[in-house]
Design a protein around this ligand. Structure first.
Ligand code: MG
Length: 378
């Protein structure tokens, strides 16, 4: 029986948070939830805390924080810095998740990271912090979890290449002429994963994969040109690692976030779960092909941002968020998302990201710049 590990869940009422709590209820889990935080759903948060069941004798009650309340957010950050827990699942949505990641790593605690923006915006900063405090960053993103699993025990110096797989999104097989006319409803129809609107549009432009290239460079300390992308419409092979000797390792499974959540929360152990891994039907036809950068130019912005360094990740993410909102609002044509984001990225070359204030300043700058060049609402 593994020792009890004290777990914090940030973003507890969101999809990932709720899935994590479901996993803990199902398995004879060695994890004990010591704190839950949510943005604004006080009632839902209270219910989740109550649903944790009876505590062991002498165990303090589960803490709860509402991060939309300034005082509670400050108290949460301060408590996280105290390090009175073993692992924190950061499932906050958006750039708001970054300060929590910093606090957890500064405390030397393990970070199960479902907040993609943390690594995209400040991957260099956070990786350096983790090295200093000997904390571990455990990715809760299906592709990066796959790479983490494939690497298991191998030094990064043994890696030749990382292959990130991509579903290709809702417009995967559309012609350039069709893509030019794509409407929000077309781009929102994702074939494999059930996700929020921004990430579904990001999947259709392949910007999601561009952000994941940056995430991979920071998480695994590899150069951008060592990261390749493969379109794999079935979303069964979650990513692959090619080693120096030419051998490839892949991680496979049904497209279900419960797998990477379960893995990250229990690492380095493998705990039993009711999840079913193999399905002959699902695994019978797996196809791979290189991405088409002409139809999906947003993908190339990932390698470009990684090469630019500094605050490029923050600019890429923020510019895309505003551009996607404008597309959903019928202010921008689908292909214009990548154009506008690309121009903003180039205009930001050389912006530093040595501390969080600079990161957030770059984020703000990018939002304002995209808004300033948006066509007036039609
Ligand atoms: Mg992913």
């Amino acid at each position: 029986m593994a020792a009890v590990r004290r777990l914090v869940i940030l973003g507890a009422t969101g999809t990932v948070g709720v899935q994590a709590l479901a996993i803990l209820r199902q398995a004879a889990s060695p994890l004990q939830v010591v704190a839950l935080a949510a943005h604004s759903s006080a009632d839902a948060l209270g219910e989740l805390a109550a649903g944790l069941g009876p505590r062991a004798a002498g165990a303090p009650p589960c803490r709860t924080y509402l991060s939309s309340e300034d005082q509670q957010r400050a108290a949460l950050l301060e408590w996280l810095r105290g390090g009175d827990y073993d692992i924190c699942l950061n499932a906050v949505v958006g750039a708001a998740g970054l300060p929590y990641s910093e606090a957890v790593l500064a405390a030397g605690c393990d970070l199960a990271l479902a907040n993609k923006e943390s690594m995209v915006l400040a991957g260099g900063l956070l990786s350096a912090l983790a090295r200093q405090s000997e904390a571990r960053i455990l990715p809760v993103d299906s592709e990066h979890s796959a790479i983490h699993q494939c690497l298991a025990g191998n030094p990064l110096s043994a890696v030749r290449r990382l292959y990130l797989t991509a579903s290709g999104g809702a417009l995967r097989d559309w012609s350039p002429a069709q893509i030019a006319q794509a409407k929000p409803a077309d781009a929102l129809a994702h074939p494999n994963w059930d996700m929020g609107p921004r990430i579904t549009i990001d999947s259709a432009t392949m910007m999601n994969k561009a952000l994941e290239i940056l995430e991979a460079c920071h998480l695994f300390q590899v150069e951008a040109d060592a990261v390749q992308v493969l379109v794999h419409p079935q979303s069964v092979v979650h990513s692959m690692v090619e080693f120096l000797d030419g051998s490839l390792l892949a991680q496979l499974g049904p497209p279900d976030m419960a797998f990477p959540i379960h893995y990250a929360l229990h690492w380095p152990e493998r705990q039993p779960s009711p999840l079913q891994g193999f399905d002959a039907e699902l695994f019978s036809q797996l196809t791979f092909r290189p991405p088409d950068l002409e139809r999906f130019p947003a993908l190339a912005l990932g390698w470009r941002a990684a090469a630019l360094g500094g605050a490029a990740g923050a600019v890429l993410n923020a510019a895309d968020e505003v551009a996607v909102a404008a597309f959903l609002d019928d202010q921008l044509a689908f292909p214009e998302i990548a154009v506008l984001v690309g121009e903003t990225l180039e205009a930001a070359a050389g912006m530093p990201a040595d501390h969080l204030e600079q990161v957030f300043a770059a984020d703000q700058w990018a939002r304002e710049r995209v808004r300033s060049v948006l066509p007036t609402p039609r």
